[in-house]
Write a new protein. Sequence first.
Length: 183
Amino acid sequence: MSAASRIGSILRADPLRWHLLDVVRILDLPDCWIGAGFVRNAVWDHLHERSASPLTGDIDVIWYDRARTEPAEDRKFEAMLRLAEPSFAWSVKNQARMHIRNGDTPYSSSVDAMRYWPETATAIAARRQGLEGFEIAAPLGLDDLMNLVLRPSPHFSGEKRAIFEDRSQTKGWFTTWPLLRRT
């Protein structure tokens, strides 16, 4: 079974995550995904042979549309998601404008934007397609995620390395997932 299929099976086996992927799918936003800890944590829990951790922090929803880059658009979709599932902190960001905040060159898509995320194992996203289908996006690959390797993305290997180091420490990943290896 491919790594993407394994991740899909992990997400499908988690009724809450599978449901939330469907809630986001119903918004019908272009190039829309749930990424970062939503996927990463589910996989790391599975690889530690335990049930899925509760969803804490933001659920990161990314989408891409050059014609709707006002932050008010994101807030509108966050409000819709809060109405559908009020128990969660939703963070919706149109990646067509996020390069400005991050000091990067413009992104060409949501998947392109993920290449600029801090860790390779975090630059993973999922989305539902239809009732049973799913898709995984991993512009930096799935090896680190599936092998419990925490490494900075190429964009965070140089001058932004301190951000990666700070995230590694403050998020408590090595305590939560003791089998994680750092590179």
